[in-house]
Write a protein that binds this ligand. Structure first.
Ligand code: UDP
Length: 315
């Protein structure tokens, strides 16, 4: 009998890549998703497999899974600023009630659980690069508060289950990640820039584009998460690529790669509370997990462009 892994948000960008990885490692994967922001297209290739099953379920409601569960990975949540602006209550519920249900399930099944946290717990950071020791600079009532505070609550609840119930818990703080299966219209910068460049439209740079991000290719992220789950370290760990770039420079890179002469940079208002800079300090991941990213941005963007070429429709 193969060991079972429950992956919530399995039809999403990261959940689907994690499902692939755990199947490859020889586990039986139970994917769960309410398909609010996920898509069955991301996992349609898994449905014929004997070792994959799918539950269409919202983890904000009681979660029942029969039999033993070795691991639980909680990756269900709207994750782009546009999504959580449009779905603020669902975002808060899945991070809080959903996490509570899954911690309860982990306790009942004696499973090890890894929860997906985020660099958003650092808010608009006053410490740069961000180390796990930094407590963050979050506006609880701003537009991003629904995501940031749900994830902060998630971390607190996960630590409480660890200390009070002795549950085996892992917390990954995920920084900006990209790759195939990102939703074309999720509003995040990379899908936006790729689809605009392919269609020959203006790339919508918010503000003056001087804000920074540090983008990690999805295969690197999945490797880091796998290693963290298998480690014995229960404190939060940053996983991301520390190669920092301004959004304007990032737009220029996408323009160059796609090479559509009709596409240019256009400028729009900066959203409220948009973090000015973000870059992970990955010392912990290096020391504890022996992990660091292998894909540089040029290679990661080339691979990701292949995906967007297939899924972006041009009128
Ligand atoms: N951004 C942009 N144009 C877009 C979408 C996003 O300039 O069409 C900027 C956004 O203001 C932010 C950065 O790109 O500074 C990353 O935004 P994203 O929504 O991808 O995620 P975030 O890192 O803010 O959570």
């Amino acid at each position: 009998m193969k060991q079972k892994v429950l992956i919530t948000g399995a039809a999403g960008f990261l959940g689907s890549h994690l499902s692939d990885r755990f199947l490859k490692e020889g586990y039986h994967v139970i994917g769960m998703d309410n398909l609010l922001t996920g898509s069955l297209d991301n996992i349609s290739h898994l449905f014929p497999l004997e070792d994959f099953e799918f539950y269409h379920h919202d983890v904000s409601n009681f979660v029942h899974v029969p039999g033993d569960l070795k691991y639980i990975l909680h990756f269900a949540s709207p994750a782009s600023p546009i999504d959580y602006l449009q779905m603020p209550i669902q975002t808060m519920k899945v991070g809080s009630l959903g996490t509570h249900n899954l911690l309860g399930l982990a306790k009942a099944k004696n499973s090890r659980i890894l929860v997906a946290s985020t660099s958003e717990v650092y808010g608009d950071p006053l410490v740069h690069p961000q180390t796990e020791e930094y407590w963050g600079n979050v506006n609880p009532i701003g537009p991003r508060g629904v995501y940031d505070e749900a994830k902060r609550f998630q971390e607190a609840l996960t630590m409480a289950y660890h200390t009070y119930h002795g549950l085996e818990t892992r917390i990954v703080r995920i920084f900006n990640t990209y790759g195939s299966r990102m939703r074309v219209n999720d509003g995040r910068v990379l899908p936006a820039f790729f689809s605009q460049a392919i269609r020959g439209e203006g790339l919508t740079v918010f503000g003056d584009g001087s804000q920074t991000r540090s983008f990690c290719y999805v295969d690197d992220l999945v490797e880091g998460i796998y290693r963290l789950l298998m480690s014995d370290y229960h404190m939060p760990v940053n996983i991301g690529n520390p190669d920092e770039i301004t959004i304007k420079e990032f737009g220029e890179e996408v323009l160059k790669l796609v090479g559509n002469p009709k596409a240019t940079l256009t400028y729009k208002d900066l959203p409220t509370d948009d973090p000015k800079q973000r870059k992970p300090d990955i010392t912990k991941a290096k020391e504890i997990l022996g992990w660091e990213p292998k894909f540089d941005r040029a290679e990661g963007l080339r691979l990701t462009y292949e995906y967007f070429k297939k899924v972006v429709t041009v009128d």
